[in-house]
Design a protein around this ligand. Sequence first.
Ligand code: G6P
Length: 371
Amino acid sequence: AAAQKQGYDWFMRKEIFEQPKAVADTLLGRLNERCELVLDELRISPETLRRINKIVIIASGTSFYSGLVAKYAIEHWTRIPCEVELASEFRYRDPIIDPMTLVVTISQSGETADTLMAIRHAREQHAKVIAICNTNGATIPRESDAVIYTHAGPEIGVASTKGFTTQLIACYLLGLYLAQVRGMKYGDEIDALLRELERMPAAIQHMLDQQQQVLDLAREFVDSPSVLFLGRHVGYPVALEGALKLKELAYIHAEGFAAGELKHGPIALINDGLPVFVVVPPRGRDQLRDKVISNISEVRARGAKTIVLGEADDAEARAASEVYIELPKVSTLLQPLVSIIPLQLFACELATVKGHDVDQPRNLAKSVTVE
Ligand code: G6P
């Protein structure tokens, strides 16, 4: 096992560092020389995809959070209404599904019981199902109409990392592909985004190269009983995922909130010295960004210790925060690919310092194949 870890202490840490390659591999071969999308495992005809009038994304755990990010991107690019639902909820409901519904299921393992039962439930009602999956030939892709494989390579750490970022890539590609086949008038935007996706491995690498700051932070906060994460727009699912990583690995109370909901409850939790991570949207989304910067001041005024993730050249966000983690300049919708990296490293390091088994957290399984 030591040899397989290639010098890393944990598979999880190795997998965090594999993300530039995993993302590059997932993009590989998906774009032709004219920068058009090629999704060859998509066994659903373009005519069918043109008729789809609703998308329902179904997943569990971390995969559910990549689905939450996907909703923002897919609705923006395609104008198709898109819902995201936990598989464990969907399967016991009476959802409104018909042959014009496209179900997108996201599962790293392709074996999660709830997710599998949810797609069976959807297919009984004649929905078309596309699986986003990291495991060739797993049950979920076998039972789907089409599959987009993420090429992350085997993920061994129980807490998903490269699974998550490659799922995001697959979701972006699917959204852009749907926009393309449906003839959306964002031609230039699609081209620019495709080119930007190709630059994401380097952007992720840039985040990894800055790891020392995050590792030091993890040591500083090792005794914190609780940590909060705030984000808005696609930063909200990032906050949820950052909190999940900390629960799974460090066994400390952690919660992610939509920053806009602060005054509806979470602000009551703020006390002296509570670490609060805040993800600031890129400049250019100033309406959102200004509000998040106000949130930083609000929690700081109540004693929180703010750790802010924002663009390197965002002087206002930096000035508002105590600790500032610099993000490279990327489009708003793609920001989760870079903002999640420090949160993964933070959870991995904090659990390591606590002496926990990072690869095999207590009570958790890599794939939940029973209810
Ligand atoms: C378990 C794993 C998580 C994973 C979730 C969904 O809870 O510990 O890391 O996100 O299952 O798994 P899937 O394979 O369906 O993505």
